[in-house]
Design a protein around this ligand. Structure first.
Ligand SMILES: Cc1cc2nc3c(=O)[nH]c(=O)nc-3n(C[C@H](O)[C@H](O)[C@H](O)COP(=O)(O)O)c2cc1C
Length: 139
């Protein structure tokens, strides 16, 4: 099992546009992400609409930089815009190699998400993380 060095923790949030989208694409991304991220100590959340990806990645900075390079080169999406790349002190999704909260954010339009500031994107993921904590403490 990996133990995280909290001094080296950072997060990246980016937005992008799927080049071709169907549920197979999302399923394949999630399967690969969950298996790879577990190995490298990365966790996060992927929000996916037919015309938009919004992803938060969190983990050790070296692993995250290498992963982001791979993601940048992936032709399943384009117009990738990095919103945040910051040191952090804790993980919002420590138990999720890659959570998929697309259904939790369906009420947000593509333009609302695509035009989010870095701060608003972080606030969205913080809200989603709080909802997980609340639902686990009441179940
Ligand atoms: C929107 C999007 C998000 C992705 N997220 C991850 C991820 O969190 N982890 C990951 O390993 N690959 C992710 N990928 C896939 C990578 O781009 C790449 O295909 C994969 O890491 C290659 O894995 P491999 O080296 O095991 O073949 C993502 C791809 C897309 C399009």
């Amino acid at each position: 099992m990996r133990t995280d060095n909290l001094e080296d923790l950072k997060h990246v949030i980016y937005v992008s546009r799927p080049t071709h989208f169907d549920h197979m694409v999302l399923d394949n991304i999630l399967i690969t992400s969950r298996s790879n991220n577990l190995e490298i100590g990365v966790t996060g959340n992927l929000i996916c609409h037919s015309d938009l990806f919004l992803q938060m990645l969190e983990g050790p900075s070296d692993a995250l930089e290498r992963l982001y390079e791979k993601i940048l080169a992936d032709d399943r999406h384009a117009d990738i815009v990095k919103l945040r790349d910051e040191k952090s002190e804790l993980k919002l999704f420590p138990s999720w190699a890659m959570r998929n909260d697309s259904h939790q954010s369906w009420m947000l339009s593509r333009s609302e998400i695509a035009n989010m500031t870095a701060e608003e994107a972080l606030v969205l993921f913080e809200r989603l993380a709080r909802e997980i904590m609340n639902s686990s403490s009441t179940s």
